[in-house]
Design a binder for this molecule. Structure first.
Ligand SMILES: Cc1cc2nc3c(=O)[nH]c(=O)nc-3n(C[C@H](O)[C@H](O)[C@H](O)COP(=O)(O)OP(=O)(O)OC[C@H]3O[C@@H](n4cnc5c(N)ncnc54)[C@H](O)[C@@H]3O)c2cc1C
Length: 372
């Protein structure tokens, strides 16, 4: 099977690169072996200032609403984190104290939303907070303790108006309602409709993974990519590559076997250790598909910080590339293999970090291909 470009890895980076190339008229395939960081996404894109027009257009054409405001967002354990570019459901505040009287609404029996930690954090930020519980048995939810966020969201999206009615009954003179982020799995307009229907500011706060807004974002980007004609090979894995004299000719996948995927260009978006884009032995850190050069310190004791809470050096390890994001192997760029996203680690500080770096590097790799 032959394509203009084969993208390896179908998380945020692979999808953004694939959409960019499809939109430019290229024929592409994305091979994606499984779970990616969007399943854990907070909804805020780290390290990106006001987004470029390219990024806002790509997201709005995919049906994803973003907003940009420099401020802080409320984290699941009641702490705050500086944030700017975010999905529309994420509330951003100019300062930590964002209300006076808060009603924190949890669900009877649900274990994945930490209302007592949250309320403690809110009290510490000088806001008074009442916790109340919704009983969802009327909506057919009888064992929420056995449900993850996405399962709850599937039912609550059909019943969000009933939830609003129940919350109204709990409201007194509160100026803010805090709800778990279990709304808007398929339809991203539901959090906004809940906000419009309640006479108080509504703040959605993350639950334990999977992330409802992250999975919605993944589904919408994938849908957009497929509408543009892209081929998304879900649940397949690239296991080998054929290279000759610095050129990648094809890759082999688990499911397609002898039907190699051939292309003019390839983009490596397989993520970091978390997604097995990088792997390690006690002696070395390596990139498993192409054997690309990886930047990491030689002494193993420098790989991690023994204090778990400190910044971990291994998060900065990444595949080495040239300025066009062409992957280096034995210190020489491969002519048609690019890398983007979290597999780059901190090798390109000018691109930032986190999801902001993923967006920038995905567009840069796609543009390098289009301009070549
Ligand atoms: C748990 C977690 C939470 C995060 N949350 C945030 C956040 O809230 N905000 C933020 O700014 N940043 C966050 N980040 C940083 C994160 O790296 C980026 O946000 C971004 O989503 C990473 O996208 P990616 O596509 O580069 O990699 P990934 O999302 O890791 O995707 C890589 C994909 O490649 C696939 N893959 C790997 N090997 C192969 C193979 N051989 N063949 C085919 N497919 C393969 C994997 O299965 C995976 O689907 C988070 C990172 C992690 C690990």
């Amino acid at each position: 099977m032959r394509f203009d470009t084969v993208v390896i890895g179908g998380g945020l980076t692979g999808l953004v690169a694939g959409i960019r190339l499809q939109k430019a008229g290229k024929e592409t395939a994305i091979v994606s072996s499984g779970q990616n960081a969007l399943h854990f996404f907070s909804g805020s894109f780290e390290s990106i200032g006001e987004p470029s027009r390219d990024i806002t257009e790509l997201f709005s054409e995919s049906g994803i609403r973003l907003h940009y405001q420099e401020g802080v967002r409320l984290m699941p354990l009641g702490t705050f984190r500086p944030s700017a570019l975010s999905l529309e459901d994420i509330s951003l505040f100019p300062k930590e104290k964002f209300g006076n009287k808060l009603l924190l609404v949890n669900i009877v029996g649900y274990h994945d939303f930490f209302s007592s930690f949250l309320s403690q954090g809110l009290e510490e930020a000088d806001m008074s907070c009442r916790i109340r519980f919704l009983n969802l048995s009327d909506m057919g939810i009888n064992a929420p303790g056995e449900m993850r966020s996405v399962q709850l969201a599937r039912t609550l999206d059909r019943n969000w108006e009933k939830v609003v009615q129940e919350v109204r009954l709990l409201l007194k003179d509160d100026d803010t309602v805090i709800l778990p982020q279990v709304f808007g799995l398929e339809d991203g307009s539901i959090p906004g409709r809940i906000r419009q229907s309640l006479p108080a500011q509504v703040v959605f706060v993350g639950t334990l993974p999977p992330s409802v807004p992250g999975i919605r974002t993944l589904q919408l980007l994938k849908r957009r990519y497929e509408v543009l004609g892209g081929t998304y090979l879900m649940g397949d894995e690239v296991v080998q590559a054929h290279l000759h004299e610095g050129v990648v000719h094809s890759v082999v996948t688990k499911n397609l076997g002898q039907h190699y995927l051939e292309a003019d260009n390839f983009i490596l978006c397989t993520g970091s250790f978390f997604s097995k884009g990088l792997a390690s032995t006690p002696e070395k850190v390596y990139e498993p598909i192409f054997g690309a050069d990886v930047s990491f310190p030689p002494e193993r004791s420098d790989w991690y910080n023994p204090s778990f809470a400190e910044k971990q050096p291994y998060l900065g390890f990444g595949v080495c590339t040239d300025a066009h994001l062409k992957v280096l192997k034995d210190h020489t760029p491969l002519s048609n293999l690019y890398a983007a996203g979290s597999i780059l680690g901190a090798t390109h500080p000018e691109l930032g970090m986190g999801a902001g770096m993923c967006l920038r590097s995905a567009l840069k790799a796609a543009d390098s291909i289009l301009e070549a």
